[in-house]
Design a protein around this ligand. Sequence first.
Ligand code: CA
Length: 222
Amino acid sequence: MGRTNKITAELAQYIADVGVREHPVLARCRHETHEVQGDLARMQISPEQGAFLGILARLLGARRTLEVGVFTGYSSLSVALALADGGSVTACEMSEEYAGIAEDYWVEAGVRDRIDLRMGPARRTLDRLIADGESGHYDLAFIDADKTRYDDYYERCLELVRTGGVVAVDNTLWDGAVIDDEDQSADTVAIRSLNVKIHADDRVETVLTTIGDGLTICLKRG
Ligand code: CA
């Protein structure tokens, strides 16, 4: 069968160079996150993932979007830059430190007013939105946070997006660990089981794309 190329570091650089148009603040966010956060920078999405989310937001004509897990702000900024005036990203984050870093980039890129930062556990924030009658009012949700709670985030985000809206889930290949039966760590088990669940979930049209560490796109059916 046709299959996706293995992306070497050199090929990844090529994609970053000619495959995306990276906003200068996004580029700075990426470089500084690598310099300052070291190994933790792997928590940042790839430049083409950011560009892909931006295109997705434009395709959806997105006005209201959700993000679960901000980290240093790359993904929220990618989406915010793609929104029309009046659009918003409701962004859930636990860490004051990361949120503070992200906020500086949002300000610098001139989109701070498009981002509604909600500190605290994302499940609580999402439950509050549902309780406030926001179900079906979002166009796009991006999930990239603690893996053991992925299923909780998926269910809540699917409730909050409209029919025809998209829930995107990051790290669904988990560096290949999803097919390593010996890996029974909590994170791997959680991702593996969500992948299987989504595959059988008739509430969505879905594809697990190989962009980044695996990005699963779920289009909510009517
Ligand atoms: Ca991620």
